[in-house]
Structure formats: C-alpha cells, structure tokens
Write a protein that binds this ligand. Structure first.
Ligand code: ZN
Length: 293
C-alpha cells in the first residue's frame, strides 16, 4: 500500500546535505549529514546513503539556490549561477533521480521550509505562510495551502532594496547589489560590520535591533505583496532567540498602521515551529506528494 512506503528527503545546503529516510507519518527513520564538497563526491555519497538504507519510494529535494525549477528547461533541477565553486549547472535532481530510480521532485530549501511550517505547525494552521531564512544569505518563500507560490523563477526576496538605517555606514556585502537586504543583514554582514560572529552576539541588543530594523522591511514587502497569515524567521541568524519578537515590534513601526492586519497577533512573526527540521520535512512532504498526487 502506498501509505506504508518510506520517503526519501534531502536538504541540500551550501555546507552540508542532510539526507533522511522518513516514514509516511513523517518520523525520521534514518538520517545522515554529507559535507558539501564537489558535486560528484557529494551526490555519490548521498546516493550511497539511500542505497544502504531501507528503500524509499520517492525522493524530495529541498535545495540551496539558485536552482532551475522550470520543468520545460533543459537545466531543470540543476543549480544555476552560484558563486560556489564547482556547483554551477550541477544536476542535483537529475543525478539523484537517475541513481535511485524513484519519482523525485525539487524545491528550494525555503520553499520546502515554508510548506512544512504551513502544513505541519501547530493548530490552527495558517493557510498562507512566509518563511524567511537568514544565515550566510537571505531567502524567503511563501506557501499557500501546501504549495509554494512561485513565479517564472523562485523568488529572490533576499535581494530587495532596503532603506538604510540612520547612522549605519556599513557599505553592504552583496556581490551584486552591495547594500540590498542580504548585503546589509546576512550573517557575514553582521560579522563584518560589528566584528562579532552572530552566535557570539547574544547580549548585544544594538546588533539585534539593527538587524530587526532591516528584516522588518522584508516583513513589510511580504505583508503588502502576499498578505500572509504568518511570517517565520529561521536559519542560523534568523532563529536567534528573541529575534522574531524584535522583528515583530519593528514591523509594527514599519507598517505604520497602514493595512496592518497583524495588529494584536502575537504569532504574526515567529520562530520556526519545526526548529531546524522545516526544510528536511518539507522535502519529505514533497516526496509524499509524488506518491499521493
Ligand atoms: Zn543582493
């Protein structure tokens, strides 16, 4: 029976791949980390994990980007123009689906995380949820009723322009736009501006207030573009304890009372309900959808 079959899930990240065999009720039965080195070695090690585990009936991949998600494109399922050495044009979906011989699908890591947070978080579940990851880079995606909202390409909301905070003369670190949101608020921007690595910045309210002021501008863009019920901040920097609450307060200032349907909703901006499992469980949901339609 379809319902008994195991699911394969891969969260493909720039520093590591998380691989898991997941039961139909989304319990992780087996998992391992694979360090991200060159594509051939990394993908071969992922295949080896699945070949040694109990067979999965379908595979879902939640990948770092940018990744080609156009099924009509010859590069479908491949990484596109990443600065990561060796990875431009790496055919993640093609290589894994061919080696494992099961139905396979791919989404971005933030799309998968958004779908998982929307569909698996505590009741009452929001129908429309935006997920933002803040770490080495910044990415965001919106899930509506179990599916990612997607245009011609996955969104690149980390690269929106932002209004510079008063007194902030940090030039920004985005190689393309310099002082876009990612250039001003990603983990490396914090480290370079303040000389403090984000994990060591626990007691520094000044750092997190400035961070929230920039990220609240993305909340405004999300609120006015997509009107989500909830905005979840995850990732190594985004899930910093207390940051979601600080962003929520800053977002109230940013929205300035105009079309602010979040007023009084203390869950409008939150940390992930699934901890750092959102992406992996989103990949499992994608695999499950390939079996169940
Ligand atoms: Zn940028």
């Amino acid at each position: 029976m379809t319902e008994d079959r195991l699911l394969g899930a891969v969260e493909a990240g720039g520093t590591k791949f998380r691989c898991a065999v997941v039961s139909p009720d989304l319990t992780i039965a087996d998992s391992r980390y694979v360090l991200t080195t060159d594509p051939d070695t990394t993908l071969a090690t992922v295949v080896e994990f699945f070949e040694r585990s109990e067979p999965a009936a379908a595979l879902g991949i939640a990948s770092f980007g940018p990744v080609d998600l156009d099924p009509d494109s010859p590069g479908y399922g491949s990484i596109t123009d990443t600065p990561k050495p060796g990875w431009p044009d790496a055919p993640i979906l093609g290589r894994l689906s061919e080696a494992l011989g099961v139905p396979a699908g791919i989404q971005t890591d933030v799309e998968a995380a958004a779908v998982a947070e929307q569909g698996l978080g505590p009741e009452p579940r929001p129908r429309r949820l935006a997920y933002v990851t803040v770490g080495t880079g910044i990415g965001a995606a919106v899930a509506v009723d179990g599916r990612p909202w997607r245009g011609r390409h996955h969104s690149e909301l980390g690269h929106i322009p932002v209004r510079r905070a008063g007194g902030d003369d940090y030039p920004g670190c985005c190689p393309f736009h310099r002082d876009c949101l990612e250039g001003m608020a990603c983990g490396p921007a914090i480290a370079e501006r303040w000389g403090v690595d984000p994990p060591d910045a626990g007691g520094r309210d000044d750092i997190w207030q400035l961070e929230a002021a920039y990220l609240a501008q993305l909340v405004r863009v999300l609120a006015y573009s997509f009107a989500p019920d909830r905005v979840v901040f995850g990732g190594g920097v985004g899930a910093h304890p207390g940051l979601a609450e600080t962003i929520r307060a800053a977002a109230r200032t940013e929205l300035a009372g105009y079309a602010d349907y979040s007023t009084g909703d203390d869950r409008f901006v939150t940390a992930p309900a699934l901890g750092n499992y959102s992406g992996l469980l989103g990949a499992a949901l994608l695999a499950r959808s390939l079996l169940h339609g």
